[in-house]
Design a protein around this ligand. Structure first.
Ligand code: HGY
Ligand code: MN
Ligand code: MN
Length: 412
C-alpha cells in the first residue's frame, strides 16, 4: 500500500506557514486578507502541480479534483479538506494540516495509480474561523447560507463580509451559488489537530471523532449611564462595564456548575463605551460564546444565561440587550466513516481513541449533507489558537497515512 511523502507534505506546510507569518512565529492569515489571497494563489498552483484539477466556487472555497472538476450528483465524490484561514496570532497547523495532508493524499493516489471507483476532491473551505460568520465556506457549500443576512455579516471589529470579499475579487451576494448539488458528496473525512490535551495525555496517536460540539455566539450588551468618573457618588453610578463583568464571572460559574461537564464558555471580545478614563462606562459589550456536544444542554444554558443577565442588569439598574451572532448545531459523525478511520489506523498498527471534538469544524456542516468524519492527531501540550501550536512530524505523517487509507477505502 502506498504511503504519503512526509518531506513533500512538510515542505508544503512550511511554505504555507510563510503567508501571514509573524516575526515571533505563528501566523495571521484572516479570510479574504492579502496574505490569505496570496496563499490561495499558491495553493491553486500546488493543486495543479499535483496533477489535480483546481477550481474555486462562488463562496471562495478552493477545490482540487482527482477524476473530477466539479460536483456532480451522477458521480458522488469522496471529499477531504479543511481551511487555510487562521485566527489572529494562530498556529501553522490549524486547518493547514487538513488541506495539505488531503492534497498529499490525492497527489499520492494520483501518482500510484491506485484504483478508485469514486472521484476525489480536496477542499479549502472559506473563513472556517468565522471572522465574518461561522464556518462560512462549508455552510455555503452545504446550502445553509441565509442570503438575506449576507449584507449584515461583519467581523467583531465592524469590517463587513461584503467589503472583504469584494477586495479579494468575490461578490458576497453570489456565495449561495456555491451550494453543491444534492447527493454529489459520497463521504467527507477531515484530518485536524486535536487542539487539546486528551490524545497526548492518553498516549494515543489517532483520534476518531464521534461528534462535534455546537457553538453559540451572541453579543450581550449592558447599557447604563455615562457619568463623570470623579464627581459621581459610587452608589449613584449605573456602570455598564461592571454589570458586564459581574455577568461574565457568574455565567462562567453557571456553565461549569449547570453544564454537562463538557460545556465550556468564553468571553473573547469585550468593548467598553465611551472607553475614556474619566467617564463611567455607559456600555459594556461582551461577545459571549458557549460550546456543548448536546443540543438540549446548549439550549438550556443559553436560556439560563439570559435569565442571569437580566437579573444582574436589574440589580445594577442598567438595561441589557442580546444580539445573536451565530449558532452551529452539534453534529454526530457517521459510523461508516468512523469505522473506515479505525480500520485504516489498525492497518497501520495504530491505536485510536473515540472522542468528541470540543472545537467546531467544517465537518459539522458536511455532516448535514453526507457521511462525515474526522481524524485527530495529538497537539503538543494541547496548545492551539496560539503561535506555538505544533504537533510532531511523526504524528503528522501517521495522521496523513490514516487519511490516505481512509480515503482509498471510502473511494472504492
Ligand atoms: O473555534 C473553533 O472551534 C475552531 O477552531 N474554528
Ligand atoms: Mn481554529
Ligand atoms: Mn480548524
Amino acid at each position: 500500500m502506498t504511503t504519503i511523502s512526509l518531506p513533500r507534505l512538510r515542505e508544503r506546510i512550511e511554505t504555507l506557514a510563510r503567508f501571514g507569518a509573524l516575526p515571533g512565529g505563528g501566523v495571521t492569515r484572516s479570510a479574504w486578507s492579502p496574505p490569505h489571497e496570496e496563499a490561495r494563489a499558491w495553493l491553486i498552483g500546488e493543486i495543479r502541480a499535483a496533477g489535480l484539477d483546481p477550481w474555486v466556487d462562488a463562496a471562495g472555497n478552493i477545490f482540487g479534483g482527482l477524476g473530477m472538476s466539479a460536483f456532480d450528483a451522477a458521480r458522488p465524490a469522496v471529499v477531504t479538506g479543511s481551511h487555510i484561514d487562521t485566527v489572529p496570532e494562530g498556529g501553522i497547523l490549524d486547518g493547514a494540516l487538513g488541506v495539505l495532508a488531503g492534497l498529499e493524499a490525492l497527489h499520492t493516489i494520483q501518482e500510484s495509480g491506485d484504483p478508485h471507483t469514486r472521484p476525489l476532491a480536496v477542499a479549502a473551505w472559506s473563513d472556517e474561523e468565522g471572522r465574518y460568520g461561522s464556518l462560512f465556506g462549508s455552510r455555503a457549500f452545504c446550502g445553509k447560507l441565509e442570503a438575506a443576512r449576507l449584507p449584515e455579516m461583519a467581523a467583531s471589529d465592524g469590517e463587513r463580509l461584503v467589503d472583504a470579499m469584494t477586495r479579494a475579487g468575490f461578490d458576497a451576494m453570489r456565495s449561495p451559488e456555491a451550494a453543491a448539488p444534492e447527493g454529489s458528496v459520497a463521504a467527507y473525512v477531515e484530518l485536524h489537530i486535536e487542539q487539546g490535551p486528551r490524545l497526548e495525555e492518553a498516549g494515543i496517536p489517532i483520534g476518531t471523532v464521534e461528534a462535534i460540539v455546537g457553538v453559540r455566539r451572541s453579543w450581550v450588551v449592558f447599557i447604563g449611564q455615562a457619568d463623570h468618573a470623579g464627581t459621581t457618588p459610587m452608589e449613584r453610578r449605573r456602570d455598564g462595564f461592571l454589570a458586564a463583568a459581574e455577568f461574565a464571572l457568574k455565567a462562567r460559574d453557571l456553565v461549569v456548575k449547570r453544564g454537562s461537564g463538557r460545556s465550556v464558555t468564553n468571553f473573547g471580545v469585550v468593548h467598553v463605551h465611551p472607553a475614556v478614563g474619566n467617564i463611567v462606562p455607559a456600555r459594556g459589550e461582551l461577545l459571549h460564546e458557549m460550546r456543548e456536544p448536546d443540543p438540549a444542554v446548549l439550549d438550556r444554558l443559553a436560556r439560563e444565561c439570559v435569565t442571569l443577565a437580566k437579573r444582574v442588569a436589574r440589580r445594577r439598574q442598567v438595561q441589557v440587550e442580546f444580539r445573536p451572532v451565530s449558532a452551529t448545531m452539534p453534529a454526530p459523525c457517521a459510523p461508516r466513516v468512523q469505522a473506515a478511520i479505525d480500520a485504516a489506523a489498525a492497518d497501520l498498527g495504530l491505536a485510536t481513541q473515540h472522542m468528541y471534538s470540543a472545537a467546531g469544524h467544517d465537518a459539522q456542516n458536511l455532516a448535514a449533507v453526507t457521511d462525515a468524519g474526522m481524524i485527530f492527531i495529538p497537539s503538543k501540550g494541547g496548545r492551539s489558537h496560539r503561535v506555538d501550536e505544533m504537533s510532531d512530524w511523526e504524528a503528522i505523517e501517521r495522521g496523513a497515512n490514516v487519511l490516505l487509507r481512509t480515503l482509498i477505502a471510502l473511494a472504492n
